[in-house]
Design a protein around this ligand. Sequence first.
Ligand code: DX5
Ligand code: ZN
Length: 219
Amino acid sequence: MAGPVKIAPSILSADFSRLGAEIEAIEAAGADLIHVDVMDGHFVPNITIGPAVVKALRPHTKKPFDVHLMIAPVDPYLEAFAEAGADGITVHPEAGPHVHRTLQVIRKLGKKPGVVLNPGTPVEALDNLMDLVDLILIMSVNPGFGGQSFIESQLKKIEAARKRIDATGRDIALEVDGGITPQTARRAIAAGATVLVVGTAVFQGGPSQYSANIAALRG
Ligand code: DX5
Ligand code: ZN
């Protein structure tokens, strides 16, 4: 186990009228990374933010921007997110036919490549990609919205991804995203997760609660 679990608050659940201040507040409350959910209304049934907003948010924190691209096609936008200040760029194999090349491009842009699997995508989708990534993200909800319930069946996939990572001997982060609460956090960690993406359970109660909410997730 690579030390204490990292918490990546998802700004999808933040107050979108004050995103800069919200990012400063979750950094002060103990966030390890900032999870930025990018949605295009095509790959997922919701629309959020693009590179211009990521660029505007960049000066508000030194913490890594963990950018989750729920967009298709994804290749035309990689450079814009890299320039806007993304540190990690995580892409879905379901979003297009060339995920192997997409991950190579992210590496060439000097960013940490990540691959993310939807709940319906088998863990075998990781095979042939393990040498290209610094992060694997297992969705424990169907992407598009915060506030959904954790999909229990994904626990087996987290365990299977953990085994694949251990077999590489490489330091690949295993991130879980969706429906994470203090209760489900413990189960995701037990299954092998090292990073937890948390929206609702971090932002509930407003800024005065963020520190306690994050602490409660670390167990
Ligand atoms: C869903 C996003 C998740 C979501 C998590 O498509 O990828 O990051 O914001 O929110 P909660 O923690 O509320 O499930
Ligand atoms: Zn996400």
